[in-house]
Design a protein around this ligand. Structure first.
Ligand code: ASP
Length: 318
């Protein structure tokens, strides 16, 4: 070997081993990314989840605690306490959760219970089932120590009585009348989970169930790939199994943003221009990258990352 090559070889070995020591050092100090995103301007809820993730709590616990803030907020008229009733004046709630193991729980058309996302988690963890509905879900909640609460506030009652005058049912979903909360979290163990909770469409038919408690439609998590959650006109999300579709598109290699766009375009292409309604997705992949897309403008979501919680304006089809 020529002397120059020998010196070069020794030199490169030195650099490579110094680099790998450095890389090992970097890896040892690597702080896994935590991130929380949630539909609409659900600032406090997302902050709560993000801070729990920063403290090392599990993604599902963070998501359930986060969305509970909106469930308990009487001013949010599409979630939990203070949610708009169905046309008979009854507030009925839907929720679901899914964790990094692929386990899931769901409750449908539940009355008198505020924290239905936590109830969905209890269905997942404490029953042999995935989904409980109506009275059965309520009775299970009571057996687990949940308090019975009348979910109809004076304000939502007044608005429903106003609506009764002409009973014009237009399920338009926009920033004023919808902020169903869907949340996706990634924790320090690089595990993904999500929760979704809603009172559904204001003045819906008695017994109507939307996408939000339907695993695969309102929410889907695959811990190897990512997660997605939907908001908007549930009937349209169900028709394309929307959240599952977003995750499957990410599995095919699309970014969260591209996957949300493609899933929204699928709905748009199935509908005529006259059918005006909102559907929006948010998604997060295993690397903690996020994306969102909606049909109509005006959809925003919250993004907590690196200790900062900010509102992000989603791109939209129209
Ligand atoms: N997706 C919900 C439903 O159809 C409504 C919403 O997101 O605002 O019940």
């Amino acid at each position: 070997m020529k002397r120059r090559n020998f010196i070069f070889d020794i030199f490169s070995v030195g650099i490579v081993s110094a680099m790998s020591t450095k890389l090992r050092a970097v890896n040892l100090n690597f702080t896994p990314m935590v991130r929380s995103i949630s539909t609409w301007k659900t600032t406090e809820a997302n902050q709560k989840a993000g801070q729990m993730l920063d403290k090392g709590e599990h993604a599902l616990d963070a998501a359930v605690a986060g969305v509970a803030i909106e469930e308990e907020n009487p001013k949010n008229t599409t979630v939990g306490y203070g949610g708009a009733p169905d046309r008979t004046g009854k507030v009925t709630l839907d929720a679901c959760v899914m964790n990094h193991l692929g386990d899931c729980g769901s409750v449908v058309a539940v009355e008198n219970i505020v924290n239905v996302a936590r109830l969905a988690k209890d269905v997942m963890e404490k029953t042999p089932h995935v989904m409980l509905s109506g009275k059965g879900a309520e009775e299970f909640a009571i057996s687990q120590g949940y308090k019975k609460t009348d979910l109809l506030t004076d304000q939502s009652k007044k608005e429903w009585e106003e609506w009764l005058k002409d009973q014009d049912y237009r399920p338009i979903i926009n920033i004023e009348n919808h902020d169903t909360i869907g949340m996706l979290c990634i924790d320090k163990n690089n595990n993904l989970s999500g929760a979704c909770t809603t009172s559904g469409l204001a003045y819906k038919m008695k017994g109507r169930v939307g996408d939000s408690p339907i695993i695969g439609s309102g929410l889907f998590i695959d811990n190897k790939i990512g997660g997605a959650v939907a908001t908007g006109l549930g009937e349209e999300v169900v028709k394309t199994v929307g959240s599952f579709l977003v995750v499957e598109l990410m599995r095919q290699g699309l970014s969260p943003q591209e996957a949300c766009e493609k899933a929204v375009k699928r709905i748009v292409s199935n509908n005529s221009q006259e059918n005006k309604f909102q559907v929006a997705y948010i998604a997060m992949n295993k690397k903690g990258e996020v994306g969102s897309y909606s049909i109509e403008p005006g959809f925003t979501y919250m993004d907590y990352v690196n200790g900062k919680n900010k509102e992000v304006f989603s791109k939209s089809e129209l």
